[in-house]
Write a protein that binds this ligand. Structure first.
Ligand code: CIR
Length: 260
């Protein structure tokens, strides 16, 4: 089997909709511009495709402003997929919208039944375990449900810390390869990555931490030159994508796709 942590044959994305202007945000730092977001999204999809992967591009959904952030709806594992249960009430309906596509791709589809919540942005699958951070969106009951399904499929799940004020665990970290994690210093200081090789994003470039390793590429937000240079020196092939509009909604590189 290929390495499920960063070798992927498929990805799912969803086009941003005009309703993106109503997307959730912790702080108002401006309204996202749809045309700019569409252009960046097209660059993102093109980068995924350039690795040889098939990208399933879903239509925009006006009724769900945050639906472009597909990562939060599903956890894709080699054994099957788990439909999430977002902690943001406005995002709950996105899961049902994603379900038919997931059913086309997987024989075994499970779900977080509730009343707990988990969002995909709080889950990092590494070469040896599944790390889950509790956050405002992911709670103890949701983590317990997830752990039960993951254990059935032979995965070990470990609960970790999400820094206060950070939307998701993965807002502050990403997987570079099975044993290497890119992290902010503030998250790494919690000790959650002990035993892994950890690369720190440059001071002041914390928003660069949400990147994705996708086959031979690392997709990262543009505008973080010191982190990009560090990754390049470490031997990663970095592709920089504009994240200016998604950043206004607390989104980054990982949330824009499901990868499997
Ligand atoms: C939200 O607040 O739910 C969206 N505006 C952003 C979601 C980002 N998702 C992710 O990082 N996995």
């Amino acid at each position: 089997m290929s390495n499920p942590t960063y070798e992927f044959t498929r990805a799912i994305t969803r086009r941003p909709s005009a309703s993106i202007v109503d997307g959730l945000r912790a702080e108002d730092i401006g309204t996202p511009d749809l045309d700019k977001m569409l252009a960046a999204h097209a660059d993102y999809v093109a980068a995924l495709k350039s690795t040889g992967a098939k990208v399933i591009e879903l239509n925009a959904i006006e009724a769900h402003p945050d639906a472009v952030f597909v990562e939060d709806t599903t956890l894709c594992l080699p054994q099957g997929a788990i439909m999430m249960r977002p902690g943001a009430p406005s995002r709950m309906g996105e899961v049902a919208e994603m379900l038919p596509t997931i059913r086309d791709c997987y024989d075994d589809v499970r779900e977080i039944k509730g009343p707990g919540h988990v969002e995909g942005g709080d889950i990092l699958v590494t070469g040896r375990e599944i790390l889950v951070g509790r956050s405002d969106r992911t709670d103890a009951k949701g983590v317990a449900d997830l752990a039960e399904i993951a254990a059935e499929w032979g995965h070990q799940l470990r609960e970790v810390f999400t820094p206060p004020g950070v939307l998701h665990f993965k807002t502050d970290c990403s997987l570079m390869d099975a044993e290497t994690i890119l992290s902010t210093k503030r998250l790494d200081a919690s000790g959650c990555f002990e035993g892994y090789r950890v690369l720190h994003v440059a001071e002041g470039e914390e928003a660069a931490a949400n990147a994705i390793r996708f086959n031979n590429l690392v997709l990262m937000a543009s505008g973080f030159p010191r982190t990009a240079e560090m990754l390049d020196k470490e031997g990663y092939q970095v592709v920089e994508i504009s994240n200016s509009e998604c950043a206004k909604l607390d989104g980054g590189m990982s949330c824009l796709s499901l990868r499997f």
